[in-house]
Design a protein around this ligand. Structure first.
Ligand SMILES: [Zn+2]
Length: 541
C-alpha cells in the first residue's frame, strides 16, 4: 500500500478524520519518508492554533516503529491530549511532575507492553531515571509542542525548555519536530540551536482563519463600547485587556450591566489554583464572559468561544492573530471585535502599530496576513469588505447636538445624565426631562457618558479640538466650531479690552500718574471670573 493511503487510513480509522489538510499530509509524508533513512532533516512546523497540528505527529506516532516522545509546556495540554488518545483507544504513557521516580518508571514499563507514545513536560524529562529508561528504547520522534517558549525573546519564555538540549543528546531521537504558532527569526534560531536540529525544514501553514470575521466598533468610551458589543454578540466571549487591573475593572463593569451573563477575570497574578478553577469554569460555561490578559492562551482549547473582543490591541499581528484565533475553533463563524476610540483615529502615534490596520479604509484580513508575510487575495469577512464600517463614532453626534442646542448652563454630568435619560440629582432642573434630547443615549451608562463628554470637551485631548470646549471646569459648554462661539468670544474679548482700558486710565490718574497697585503687585492682565479662571481661557482650554 502506498504511503499516502496508509496515512489517510490511519487518520480516518484512529482519529475519525476523513480528509487531511495539505500541510498535514506534507509534514506526515516527510516523517514517514525519513523513517528508514540515515540522512534526516528535522522539521519546524508553524501553524496557527486550532488548525489540527496534533494530527501531524499523532498519525506518524501510530505508524513509526519506535517510540514518540511528546513534550508539552503545560499539564493541561497533556491532559487534553491524553483524553483524545484514550478516546481513540491508543495506549500511551503520561509522565507528570507530581509523580515519584518509582511511579514514573512503573508508568514507563507500559512501553514494553505495546504503548508507543510518551506525554511529558520538559521538567519531567530532565530526570535521570526517565532518561535512562527511555534511552534504552528506539526513539523515532521527539515532538516539542509550543516550541516558541524555548526562545528567550518571547513573552512565554520557559527556562526549563532550554534543558531539552540534554534530553536530545541522551535520547538521540531519529527525527525532531518542533511545533509553534509564532515564528520570529530569533525564535526559529533558538529552536534550531536548543533542539540541535539537523538542517531543519520549515513548514508554514496558512495563518488565515476564514471563519473569523474582523470587526471594529468606534466609540467615545472603551467601557461603553465593550458593553455594546457584549450585549449583542454570541457567548461565550473572551475580552482581551492590556493589564491585570483592566481585566478586573472591565469585569466589574460587565457584571453590573449584563446580569444575565456570568463574568470572571483572569490574569497571571492569580494563584495556579484560582486560574485552574477559572479555566475549568470557562471551559464548561455556555454563556460566560472572561476578561483576560494575554496570559490566557496556551493550553486552553475551548472550541466554542463565539466572540473575541480586544479592548486594546497587542503590539504585533502575530499576537493578534493568535488571540483572535481563540474564537470559533469549532469552525463556525465567530467575530473578532476591536474597540476603536476617537483618540485612536486621530492620534499620530497610536499605542499599537495595529491600530492603523483597524482604522484605515482597507481590508483588515489583507493587512493582518500581509504583516505575517502572506498575501491573501480573498477576504472571507471583515467590516471593511462587508461595508459595515461605522461612519460616526458611537455617541459623538448626540452629544454634539445637545451641546449646540444648549451651549450654556449644562455641566458635563447634567449633559450626560440627560442624554442617558437618568432621573437623578444630576439632571437638575425639571425641564431637562422634557428636552427632546432626554434619553437619546439611554443605552449608555451615565458614568461612561460623563467621561466621554469630558474627553470630547478636550480636557485630556492632546490634539486640536474641533467639537466642544469646556471652561470653568465644565460649568459652561461652548461649541467651538460655530458662529455662536466666535460671537461670545468676541464679546468677552471686548469686555476684557474695556476693563483693561479702564484699569489703564485709573492707573494714569493715580498718584504721580504711574502706579495704583500695591507694592510688588502686577496690573491685572485679564478679567477674572468668580472661580478665578480667566474668561478668555475658553479659547485655549
Ligand atoms: Zn476584508
Amino acid at each position: 500500500m502506498d504511503i499516502l493511503k496508509t496515512i489517510e487510513k490511519t487518520a480516518s480509522g484512529r482519529f475519525g478524520i476523513a480528509r487531511l489538510k495539505p500541510y498535514q499530509i506534507l509534514v506526515i509524508c516527510r516523517i514517514m519518508e525519513q523513517e528508514e533513512t540515515a540522512y534526516v532533516r528535522d522539521q519546524i512546523v508553524i501553524l496557527p492554533t486550532g488548525t489540527g497540528k496534533s494530527l501531524c505527529f499523532l498519525v506518524p506516532a501510530c505508524l513509526c516503529s519506535g517510540i514518540t516522545v511528546i513534550v508539552y509546556p503545560l499539564l493541561a495540554l497533556i491532559n487534553d491530549q491524553a483524553g483524545k488518545l484514550e478516546k481513540a483507544g491508543i495506549p500511551f504513557v503520561k509522565l507528570c511532575g507530581s509523580m515519584t521516580a518509582a511511579q514514573r518508571l512503573e508508568k514507563l514499563s507500559a512501553l514494553d507492553k505495546g504503548a508507543r507514545i510518551v506525554l511529558t513536560t520538559p521538567e519531567t524529562i530532565r530526570s535521570n531515571a526517565v532518561l535512562n529508561s527511555l534511552s534504552r528504547k528506539k526513539i523515532s520522534l521527539l515532538v516539542v509542542d509550543e516550541a516558541h517558549v524555548i526562545s528567550k525573546w518571547g513573552k512565554d519564555f520557559r527556562p526549563s525548555y532550554r534543558n531539552l538540549s540534554h534530553a536530545v543528546c541522551r535520547l538521540r531521537p531519529h527525527q525532531i519536530l518542533a511545533f509553534t504558532a509564532t515564528a520570529s527569526d530569533e525564535t526559529m534560531k533558538d529552536i534550531r540551536v536548543v533542539l540541535r536540529m539537523r538542517h531543519p525544514l520549515t513548514v508554514r501553514g496558512d495563518a488565515d482563519r476564514p471563519n473569523i470575521i474582523y470587526m471594529t466598533h468606534r466609540t467615545l468610551s472603551r467601557s461603553q463600547g465593550l458593553l455594546e458589543i457584549l450585549r449583542q454578540c454570541a457567548k461565550p466571549a473572551i475580552v482581551f485587556c492590556r493589564t491585570r487591573a483592566e481585566t478586573v475593572r472591565y469585569c466589574i463593569g460587565i457584571r453590573k450591566e449584563l446580569r444575565d451573563n456570568p463574568a470572571r477575570y483572569y490574569h497571571a497574578g492569580l494563584s495556579p489554583q484560582e486560574r485552574k478553577a477559572l479555566e475549568d469554569w470557562f471551559l464548561k460555561s455556555p454563556d460566560g464572559i472572561l476578561t483576560a490578559t494575554s496570559a490566557y492562551g496556551m493550553g486552553l482549547d475551548k472550541k466554542d468561544i463565539r466572540t473575541v473582543v480586544h479592548v486594546h490591541l497587542p503590539q504585533t499581528a502575530e499576537e493578534y492573530l493568535q488571540e483572535s484565533g481563540r474564537a470559533g475553533r469549532d469552525g463556525q463563524d465567530a467575530p473578532a471585535w476591536v474597540i476603536i476610540t476617537r483618540r485612536d483615529i486621530l492620534s499620530a502615534e497610536p499605542y499599537s502599530p495595529l491600530v492603523k490596520i483597524f482604522t484605515s479604509p482597507a481590508c483588515r484580513r489583507y493587512a493582518l496576513l500581509g504583516a505575517m508575510g502572506q498575501i491573501k487575495m480573498e477576504c472571507s469577512g471583515c467590516d471593511f469588505c462587508l461595508n459595515r464600517v461605522q461612519n460616526t463614532i458611537d455617541g459623538e453626534r448626540e452629544i454634539l447636538k445637545l451641546i449646540r442646542r444648549r451651549p450654556f448652563g449644562l455641566d458635563s454630568k447634567t449633559a450626560s445624565y440627560m442624554l442617558a435619560g437618568s432621573r437623578n440629582r444630576y439632571i437638575g432642573r425639571k425641564e431637562n426631562i422634557f428636552s427632546p434630547y432626554w434619553g437619546i443615549l439611554d443605552n449608555w451608562n451615565p458614568v461612561y457618558l460623563t467621561q466621554a463628554v469630558e474627553r470630547l470637551s478636550g480636557a485630556s485631548d492632546p490634539f486640536p479640538i474641533s467639537a466642544v470646549h469646556f471652561c470653568n471646569r465644565g460649568k459652561l459648554l461652548y461649541p467651538s466650531d460655530n458662529l455662536l462661539y466666535n460671537f461670545i468670544a468676541s464679546i468677552l474679548r471686548r469686555i476684557d479690552d474695556g476693563y483693561n482700558r479702564i484699569v489703564r486710565k485709573a492707573g494714569r490718574r493715580g498718584k504721580g500718574g504711574k502706579k495704583v497697585f500695591g507694592p510688588g503687585e502686577a496690573a491685572p492682565e485679564t478679567v477674572r471670573d468668580s472661580t478665578g479662571g480667566s474668561l478668555l481661557d475658553i479659547r485655549q482650554d
